[in-house]
Structure formats: structure tokens, C-alpha cells
Design a protein. Sequence first.
Length: 267
Amino acid sequence: MSGPVKVSVILPVYNGARHLAEAIRSVLAQRGVAFELLIGDDASTDDSWEVIAPFRKDPRVRAWRFRTRRGVGGNPNRLRKRARGRYLAIFEQDDRMLPGCLKRLSAWLDRHPAAGVVSGPRRVLDRAGRTRPERKFDIRRYPNWDLIRMQQPHAGTMVRKRAMERIGGYREELKLAVDCDLFLRLAEVTGFGRIGGRPVYLYREWSGSESSRLPSLAVQKRVVQKILREVIFRRYGWRVRWNASGRPESGKGRRAASPARRRRNAG
């Protein structure tokens, strides 16, 4: 579709040659909305750039081969600053965008101007090549479910560019859980939505991607807990005690002075 760019697809790449061509083709097959595909090769040491290069002939593709690695937060930040669309579609190098993804997500944001983030259902591709629906769980069972429900799958999510700019994008100092941190900060400034119906993307459960080389689940859990503490403190001024299972102990926190209150007390 011709016309002004409405959606900028952000595709950060690092050593993703194995599935990268399939991922790019799935984006370029999208119909019904004007989009651009921004690809950033974050100083890969494999053949990622050789995979990307032929796609640069497509006028919808803008690609950069960066010499300095910026990591899981810095690379997408470089791309979002170059984006021309009013919506940013976050995509990952191992996944596959399914037909109608960009059209359906952007249409939802068009209809809900108060919301800044929308995601859709996905299917999961396992090691044996079988697909299955994503697992579901009852978020209301968790003490901090109102925060957990704000988290979205990273790929297959669309964000208003102005909302992303309002929070300053990704925190580049983080090496883990950058998506969790991003969406929790977005939840402080904008509304979230989720469409139903057909899946919008295919998530590859195993790969040689950056995410598959992350530290253990226990390490990631500690990082997420730290991020949640920061969010709770920013919003409510509470320091929350966390029990051995990693859940906040209801009613056992102590009131902490917010930054504004500390300034008043100092004055």
C-alpha cells in the first residue's frame, strides 16, 4: 500500500542469520497498511548482514550495519529514533509475522486513541516443528496481577511512537528483562489492549537467538523483581517486602517518602 508510512516495523538483529530471511519475508508479505521495515544489524559476527543485504532493494526496507554493538536495549533505540511511522511494531529476528498482523493491530490503535499499546495472540513453534497456541494462565491468582497483566509478548506488539518517546524508549543499561521494564513503564503513561481471533505472529520457542542465550530463569526472575519494586515505588511510594517465592507480602510494606515528599521535608 502506498502513501505516508503509518507503521514502522522495528527489527533488531544480532547473529540471527539462521531464520532471518524467513522473518523479513513475513513482514514484507503484510498487506492493507503502509509500513516501513527498519533493520539494525548490531555488529553481528555471523552472516546476518549477507542475509539482510538483498532485501535492501525493496523500497520499504531501511537497513543499517552498525559497527558498535549496543545490545538488546540500544539497538532498538537506534531504530525507533529513525522511524517515520506513528506506530512502532516490535518484531524479533526468529519469529514470523502472520498475515494481517500490521493491519489488525494498527486498526485497533486507530479505534482506541486513549491506548498506546496493543498486542495479539500468537502460536508457538517448538523444536520438533509443531505449532500450538500460547499457554494461558489466570493472572488474578497473583498478588501483583494488576502489574503482571500489563506485560505483553515483546514481538507481535504495536506501540504509539509518542508513548515510546514519552518514556525514552528502552533502558540501555539493562541486560535482561528489557521488555518487561519497557511495558511496565509504558503502563504508567498509557493504556493497553489486546485483540482476539487469529494469531498475529509465530513465536519460535527455540533458536540461536540472543534471547535463547540469556542467563537462567532464576537470574531473570531477580531482575524482574527489582524492576517491579522500582515501578511500585515510583507509583505508590511503598517499599514492599518480598517473600521467598518472589511475591510481595500484602500489608507488610513500610511507607517510604516519595521523591516529592523528601524534597518537601528537606525544605
